[in-house]
Design a protein around this ligand. Structure first.
Ligand SMILES: NC(=O)c1ccc[n+]([C@@H]2O[C@H](COP(=O)([O-])OP(=O)(O)OC[C@H]3O[C@@H](n4cnc5c(N)ncnc54)[C@H](OP(=O)(O)O)[C@@H]3O)[C@@H](O)[C@H]2O)c1
Length: 262
């Protein structure tokens, strides 16, 4: 009589505690975690029990941001590699790195007329900034840790006038896959959000921003506007699931299935 392959499945699920979203005892560093999507991830990680470090160019005072009282703030400019290295040396050992930060999206004009200083600042900031955070953060990450990068739908759905964003996002996704191999067993993944209602959209006049929210809620299959906590939930999954690496998770309300609303 042939035995059923239960041994394998039992072994695979032998740890009754299994993967969970619990981050108790873990330290999470979120570069860009002071605002927007990064803050949504920082809040989700803290709610899951982690100690959370938020890193960006400027430390907010308690008067400015009383809501950051429970977080350690660290100064880090991802465009300056020696500053990135120094910031991670100061942070010390930790478990999970999330890099959401990006330079402001400039308006560079059409491809042929683009101001190359702006293009360089954006591509170097987003792509090589994410690279620098991984390079100098990884040596401090404890076993069973992870790195998560942030891109956006434009990585695969270009829009005229945003070639630098598409190119930088696609490069970050390629970096993510490459590091999942080279830094293994450290896990490396990317979240590709769709529209998320953050201050990144603050450059739009309020009426136009409201119109965009309404168009998203009307047209995206999820029939709602994305919130930073939606991306926070996905980041928890990527930090805690030990079998997910080298992948891109799209959290976009189905934006990929409908014509662009922007
Ligand atoms: N919101 C959306 O709809 C959406 C959709 C798709 C993709 N994305 C992408 O997701 C990422 C995060 O977006 P978001 O909406 O959270 O943006 P956000 O609210 O504008 O936040 C950006 C954060 O990055 C930090 N930062 C900026 N430049 C930095 C630098 N050189 N070094 C270190 N930190 C820096 C800022 O803090 P400081 O000012 O203190 O440095 C800020 O905390 C971006 O790459 C964005 O393109 C966003």
């Amino acid at each position: 009589m042939t035995s059923r392959p239960d041994a394998l499945s039992n072994e695979a699920f032998a740890d009754a505690s299994g993967p969970s979203l619990n981050l108790a005892g873990k330290t999470v560093v979120v570069v860009g975690g002071k605002t927007g999507i990064g803050l949504g991830i920082a809040q989700a990680a803290r709610a899951a029990g982690a100690t959370v470090v938020v890193a960006s160019r400027r430390i907010a005072t308690p008067d400015e941001r009383p809501d950051l009282a429970g977080y350690r703030q660290v100064r880090l400019d991802m465009s300056d590699e020696s500053a990135v290295s120094g910031a991670f040396d100061g942070i010390g050992a930790f478990d999970h790195l999330v890099v959401t930060a990006a330079p402001d999206i400039g308006s560079w004009g059409a491809f042929q007329d683009a101001d190359m200083r702006g293009v360089r600042a954006y591509v170097e900031g987003k792509f090589l900034g994410s690279w620098a955070c991984a390079r100098h953060g990884a040596p401090h990450i404890r076993p069973n840790g992870s790195i998560t990068f942030l891109t956006g739908g434009m990585a695969v759905r270009p829009k005229i006038g945003f070639t630098a964003v598409t190119s930088a996002f696609a490069a970050v996704e390629a970096l993510s896959a490459s590091l999942a191999l080279e830094l293994a067993p450290l896990r490396v993944n990317t979240i590709r959000p769709g529209f998320v209602d953050t201050d990144m959209w603050g450059f739009l006049p309020e009426a136009q921003r409201q119109g965009l929210r309404q168009a998203v809620a009307r047209n995206f299959p999820a029939r709602r506007v994305g919130q930073p906590r939606d991306i926070g939930h996905a980041a928890l999954f990527l930090m805690t699931n030990p079998y997910v690496t080298g992948t891109v998770v799209e959290v976009a309300g189905g934006e990929n299935l409908v014509p662009s609303v922007g």
